[in-house]
Design a protein around this ligand. Structure first.
Ligand code: SF4
Length: 407
């Protein structure tokens, strides 16, 4: 039993949720337009405490899950050990069913995750083309059938449709590795400029570090609001083993140097780095957190998932006992360093420092601005403050669900 929404999110991300018989064939609830493997069939749930989680829901993956999703005429429920709690389901956005004027299906252009649309406009990652891709990567496989980048027009049309849905608040552009001194800054520039010209929105960008800092300054100058050069794995030997391209083409130290430079010019809390939890010892992830925080960079932890189309598909999932202390450490360190946790806060498939407050120990006071701390059992959790997030994310109404399921 998970004692709070943070633990519940982690446990669901690791163990998934099984579906009641009546929900098994409800494709209208799932976000992944192209089912690439068992674990790719995920549900976006809103847990008590306004915590978003992307929970695997395929039977092959969730056979041993203690969590079960059920539905009655009033709502959706997460049940475990005879207790149940109301949850929301974030409906897949309607733009997934549309095409751009050029005929490109919009689900191929962007994917919605909580409050943002993620777009990778590039063709295949250059690490992947060299056979030195990251071994946990599925992104490198996604562009296999795309020899040309997605056009700026297709991106603008898709972002417009996503905003028209009312479900997103900002745009996240991410690319793998593009060879050259700028590592793709000039490639991504027309997309950033077009989005900034057409929409009053924030743009976050993730790419590999450029050789020279002036390209980081350039990203800031063209209007990028937040940037990430994600190191993913802190341990240098494991990084070399799992991400040969990053080490050989860019160099591990360059990630940290670029992050430090970015943190010196972008606003507090808008430079972040992902660390994957479960691929290296917990102490190593904690050491990575310390390194990032010391340079003013926000660490964001994502739990490793053995997707069926990645090299590490047989790698074991981490246990919640192993990873929970890392989140306690994350919250403590970010709080002590005074890094703003509010910019990057609601991610469905990663745990942000903002959400890591649920793991705070009794020695760490929670600033009032960071919201309530839940320590009660799942069955006793009040479903509070869901209405705001429900409205924003268009959490599925039961009447919609009954309609689409022909019940
Ligand atoms: S940099 Fe690594 S994780 Fe990113 S797309 Fe390339 S291979 Fe995948």
């Amino acid at each position: 039993m998970s004692p709070n929404p943070g633990l519940l999110k982690l446990d669901l991300a690791i163990r998934g949720v099984s579906l009641d018989q009546s929900l098994r064939n409800r494709r209208d609830l799932f976000h992944e337009p192209s089912v690439r493997g068992p674990i790719a069939r995920c549900l976006e749930l809103v847990l008590p405490g306004e915590v978003l989680v992307s929970a695997p829901a395929d039977e092959a993956f969730t056979a041993d899950s203690p969590y079960r999703l059920t539905q009655d005429a009033k709502g959706f429920y997460l049940e475990t050990d005879g207790e149940r709690s109301e949850v929301g389901i974030v409906a897949p956005p309607s733009y997934y069913r549309k095409k751009t004027r050029a005929g490109t299906p919009m689900w191929r252009v962007g994917s919605s995750y909580g409050p943002y649309i993620a777009i990778n406009p590039a063709s295949r990652c250059a690490f992947s083309a060299r056979g030195s891709h990251c071994r946990f990567c599925d992104v490198s496989n996604q562009g296999v059938d795309r020899t040309e980048p997605i056009s700026v027009e297709d991106v603008v049309e898709t972002v417009r449709a996503a905003f028209a849905d009312g479900a997103i608040e900002f745009v996240y552009l991410h690319i793998g590795y593009i060879e050259g001194d700028d590592s793709g800054v000039q490639f991504i520039e027309p997309y950033v400029r077009a989005i900034k010209r057409h929409f009053d929105t924030l743009v976050a960008v993730q790419l590999q570090p450029p050789r020279e800092d002036r390209w980081i300054d350039h990203l800031y100058a063209i209007g990028v609001d937040a940037v990430s050069y994600s190191i993913q794995i802190h341990d240098e030997h494991l990084l070399a083993e799992m991400c040969a391209g990053r080490v050989e083409q860019v160099g591990r130290q360059r990630y940290y140097d670029a992050l430090a430079h970015a943190a010196s010019i972008f606003p507090n809390g808008t430079v972040w780095s992902d660390l994957i939890i479960g691929l290296e010892p917990a102490e190593s992830t904690q050491s990575g957190i310390d390194t990032l925080v010391a340079m003013g960079v926000l660490p964001v932890l994502s739990v490793f998932r053995p997707l069926s189309d990645i090299d590490l598909r047989d790698h074991p999932m981490p246990s919640i006992e192993d990873v929970a202390p890392v989140f306690t450490h994350l919250f403590k360190r970010v709080l002590e360093a005074g890094i703003n946790m509010n910019w990057v806060r609601d991610l469905s498939f990663a745990v942000t420092p903002f959400e890591a407050r649920f793991f705070a120990d009794s020695d760490t006071p929670i600033p009032s601005g960071l919201g309530p701390l839940y320590r009660s059992k799942l069955g006793n959790m009040a479903v509070r403050n869901l209405s705001k997030l429900r409205r924003r994310l268009r959490v599925r109404q039961v009447s919609d669900s009954y309609g689409s399921s022909n019940l």
